[in-house]
Design a protein around this ligand. Sequence first.
Ligand SMILES: [Zn+2]
Ligand SMILES: [Zn+2]
Length: 212
Amino acid sequence: NPQYPAASEAIQIDQDAERGRFATATRDIQAGETLLVEKPHSGVLLAEYSKTHCQNCFLKCPIPLPCPNCPNVIFCSDKCLEAAQKSYHAYECHILPLIWKSGCSVTCHIALRMITQHKKDYFTELFKDLEQKPSGPYKTEDYRNIFHLVAHEDKRTKQDFLHRTQMTAFLVKLLEISGYFEGKQRDKPVDISEVKSMAVEDKYKEDVGLFG
Ligand SMILES: [Zn+2]
Ligand SMILES: [Zn+2]
């Protein structure tokens, strides 16, 4: 499908006010025919699998490789270790126990991963025309496409908004203590006194505006 590379040419994606975004068959579809193969924009491994499965590709690891900086995760290969270290795990390394113990849902962790998997510069650059939907084929890896997904603000309850606001404050605080705003990986575990307050240092005001 030229417009949606992850989808088969047997479906066409359209959008209207009543139905939202929807797919229609462009020809007869056989039983068992694959219509969509899409790599997720972002994904995280659940805490309970962190000592048995690779943090990066989620496969089971018979011979695990540890992270050189924390006891929280394992990797299946040098390739996965390196990929994670160069990206999200550089910042999540020491804050993972906090994420897991906070009781925040996997969706909240995915929200954080959507940020930590890219450098701050990526978002600073995107922010300039974030309101503009990207043109051309739909790329799942493009954050702007995720940003423009329907959020159903008009159907959400006050409690839901409150929860989301609190979670945003927590995740922004995690970004601060992880070293993400500075682009510098922290080198020691988090002390609980660091998260007594969700206040973020004044010098990160712009970062709070960008990521909050
Ligand atoms: Zn792996
Ligand atoms: Zn680590």
